[in-house]
Write a protein that binds this ligand. Sequence first.
Ligand SMILES: Nc1ncnc2c1ncn2[C@@H]1O[C@H](COP(=O)(O)OP(=O)(O)O)[C@@H](O)[C@H]1O
Ligand SMILES: [Mg+2]
Length: 244
Amino acid sequence: MAGSSAAGEFPKFTALRALTGSATPHVLVKFSGADASPTVTRWADLLVCEHLALECARTLPGIASARSRILIQAGRTFLEVERFDRHDRLGRSPLCSLDTLNAALLGKTPGDWPTFADALVAAKWLGDGDAQRRHHLWWFGRLIANTDMHLGNLSFQPTQGRLCLAPTYDILPMRHAPLAGGELPTDEVEPPLPLPRQRAIWLAACQAAVEFWSRVGADTRISEGFRRLGLEHGQRLQTLAEQV
Ligand SMILES: Nc1ncnc2c1ncn2[C@@H]1O[C@H](COP(=O)(O)OP(=O)(O)O)[C@@H](O)[C@H]1O
Ligand SMILES: [Mg+2]
């Protein structure tokens, strides 16, 4: 049985591969099941969504994200993500998840990413710029219906006694993931709106989210039903952006 050998929840494996133009041979590969059931199809759709979300996140100011590509083979969809905690063939680069940083430095009860980023700035571990970038990414995640922004899904790289935001990973519309029993969620998703002081960041994140949903709507690797849902989300956000 496939497990999640590299932590996280999705079945995945690590690999070394040679690919012209890539920054590193080290990759993480997540994959869907091989049958055509609605549940497996939705997970496969979400892997393509993760690839598209990583590309769209890069359009946010100062945000880097893991390079990825989709491969479809023997009925399965594979998401291959280049690792940023490796360099050359044998080198390891330091990476600390927010979860670990909280346990070691803050000791706060679990909360959302912006709260923790602000606490790291107050404790002088993180610069203001990185906290701002974090807010953009948080809103982008919310507007693409990513309900899985827990403290293990955000990491930092220690550099010269300070922390820098690591490239983004594991961002996808988890709100649309199959439920534990295999059913697909059907209820309406309401996009969150900003407070007046959050408007500028919301608008920038919304632009990237509209691009994300319109790419979901046009990507033929995604099932027809989910493409339609993507187009609807994109149009809804576009209308909201004109009214906010
Ligand atoms: N591109 C990457 N480079 C290095 N480490 C990564 C990368 N992507 C994910 N990770 C690490 O692997 C863990 C599992 O990956 P993730 O994408 O979060 O999987 P899941 O969807 O199963 O939660 C993450 O919590 C993070 O620590
Ligand atoms: Mg994860």
